[in-house]
Design a protein around this ligand. Structure first.
Ligand code: FS2
Ligand code: SF4
Length: 573
């Protein structure tokens, strides 16, 4: 195996024997095969759209979901990937048959094999080949031929890495689009953009560095629209987030912990648990749920439990109830809680029950509820013995922040607010990430910090106080990683007030990346022309020094100085 799609990749180079995340070589091969086959399905869907105006919603939804399943820490179950690959090939045949009956035949040149697929045919051609009966072992064997190494051999490391930059950006935006779709929000142009990029990656044009970079920035543009659509989906469904204190202290009673990012699932679970005597807690990236009026109205959404994703083996092992996993980040479970955990949507863990939606999108969570009722929950004694924690504040989406914009503007104009930091992104277990914890310590008291994503867990329970002379908290959490959209809205509005551009505001972006949604957000920022972004704790392994120098020259992308956060703070101020 060879995988270097996330920040924690082994040695900053690549996971080759087993993933640092726990991904096995077998699952890695199946994910590679799935991406290869989805490139074929996406190519066909692109041709069907452009040649015949054919739109297949089942294909559109499937492509984004299948891509989502290959993100870091989403799915570790080999049988699910076999199912995804088989579904991809089934849908390919279904769409090809529609084209044929419409009298459309693709030119033979569209399936010309590309050298970066090695000895494999063009993915569109492979999808139509017979491979029955193929089980897991066969698929793994084929999957081994579709990995990154073959692209590196054919294209060189720089161009192969840029192919991955585009693919990882697509992974992130497909995940966000899939979330929006769960809430009933979709945009035909987004499916079209994703599939056009997949087709591009299978075409001779993808041998050109400039063309690949153009597609990367185009993916950033699409992701901006997707984040806006997801923001609208959340706020239209659940209302604009409002500042809300959230307790970190459990209460007595049966309990369910919901992790991941999917507000729609949380809502369905709250509906299904209402009146059953079960308390629901958020975990990880679900924390911002407490700010949404349409979710906080449920009295049995009682609080938040635990820290960032990488601590989940500790948090889940001591949670006395059932655990619902809606999306990443999920890790291979410990035996201590394997019987309590359930996966939903694109997530998967071997040997763990998976809950599927029915044809109308409804998910029956009765198995999770049953398990929660079997387990002890928090007893009065547990609660009495737990150390008491202070509440944390959530709910500072763009609506809430812009409501205090006049005060922020006045504070900047009078010098009471010297600088704003956006410290967004992911958390992780590596020691270098202490850089972010230390960075906060060096922030002068006349500065504010906006957080988003699971990186917030480094400081979410600390008291930053108020901006001097105002009633505005210095620490404002804007939400999940996808709520980077909110930060962009705020930055854009501030730049309008000051009649300048975002790069000229007293604002610094210091981003911590981990997985592919962060790649999509970075491409969006670059597409918008945002410069001087600090990125850490390490630069992506898939970008060679040559590729990095392009981004440094064009955008002044700055590697975070993890060894010296004080120096970084001085430079940002
Ligand atoms: Fe954190 Fe993991 Fe949010 Fe990422 S919980 S690194 O998937 O998307 O952020
Ligand atoms: Fe390694 Fe990250 Fe790939 Fe997992 S997802 S195998 S940790 S690079």
């Amino acid at each position: 195996m060879m995988c270097y799609q996330c920040e924690q990749t082994k040695g900053g180079v690549g996971c080759t024997e087993i993933g640092v995340c726990g991904k096995t070589p077998e699952v890695a091969a199946l994910q590679d095969l799935l991406i290869y086959t989805v490139k074929g399905l996406g190519s066909l869907a692109h041709h069907a759209r452009t040649l015949a105006g054919l739109e297949d919603q089942e294909v559109n939804t499937f492509i984004n979901g299948a891509i989502f399943s290959t993100l870091t820490n989403v799915n570790f179950a080999d049988d699910r990937f076999v199912e995804f690959v088989n579904d991809s090939r089934r849908l390919h045949k279904q769409l090809a048959a529609k084209l044929t009956s419409a009298g459309i035949y693709l030119p033979a040149s569209s399936t010309t094999p590309q050298p970066w697929f090695g000895s494999m045919p063009h993915p569109m051609a492979w999808n139509t080949q017979s491979m029955a009966p193929r089980g897991v072992a066969d698929m793994i064997e084929v999957g081994h031929q579709t990995g990154i190494t073959v692209r590196q051999e054919a294209l060189g490391e720089t161009l192969a890495g840029l192919h991955e930059l585009l693919m990882y950006g697509l992974k992130g935006l497909a995940a966000y689009a899939h979330h929006a779709e769960a809430l009933g929000y979709k945009d035909p142009a987004v499916y079209a953009d994703v599939q056009e990029s997949l087709a591009f990656l299978c075409s001779p044009e993808a041998a050109d560095v400039g063309a690949v970079l153009d597609h990367c920035f185009k993916a950033g543009a699409t992701n901006f629209r997707v984040m806006e659509m997801l923001s609208n989906a959340h706020t239209s469904t659940f209302g604009h987030p409002v500042p809300t204190p959230v307790t970190l202290n459990p209460v007595p009673g049966k309990a369910i912990l919901v992790t991941g990012h999917d507000m729609h699932d949380l809502h369905m679970l709250l509906e299904q648990t209402a009146g059953k005597g079960i308390n629901v807690y958020t975990h990880g990236e679900m924390l911002p749920a407490h700010g949404y009026p349409g979710l906080k109205k449920y009295p049995h959404l009682v609080g938040h439990f635990g820290g960032a994703w990488y601590r989940q083996k500790i948090d889940f092992a001591c949670f006395p109830g059932a655990i619902a996993v809606t999306t990443n980040c999920v890790l291979d479970p410990l035996q201590a809680y394997k019987d309590n955990i359930f996966t939903i949507n694109e997530t998967g863990l071997s040997g763990v029950p998976h809950i599927r939606a029915d044809g109308s999108g409804h998910k029956d969570f009765s198995a999770i509820i049953k398990r929660a009722l079997e387990l002890p929950g928090f007893t009065a004694e547990d609660v009495a013995n737990a150390s008491k924690k202070k509440d944390v504040m959530v709910g500072f989406g763009h609506n809430a922040v812009l409501s205090v914009a006049p005060q922020v503007v006045e504070a900047i104009q009078t010098g009471r607010l010297e600088h704003i930091f956006l410290v967004g992104g992911c958390d992780g277990s590596e020691p270098q990430r202490k850089y972010y914890s230390k960075l906060y310590q060096y922030m002068p008291s006349n500065t504010m910090v906006l957080t988003l994503g699971c990186g917030k867990f480094r400081i979410f329970d600390q008291d930053f106080g108020m901006l001097p002379g105002t009633n505005i908290p210095r620490l404002l959490d804007m939400g999940q990683c996808n709520d980077a959209y909110s930060a962009l809205v705020v930055a854009t509005e501030l730049s309008k007030v000051f009649k300048t551009d975002v790069n000229s505001l007293p604002l610094s972006l210091d981003l911590s990346w981990f997985e592919q949604k962060a790649v999509a957000v970075l491409l969006t920022l670059l597409h918008l022309g945002v410069r001087n972004i600090r990125l850490g704790p390490r630069l992506p392994a898939f970008l060679t020094p040559e590729a990095v120098s392009v981004l440094v020259d064009k955008f002044n992308l700055i590697p975070a100085n993890v060894a010296d956060p004080a120096a970084d703070m001085k430079m940002m101020m």
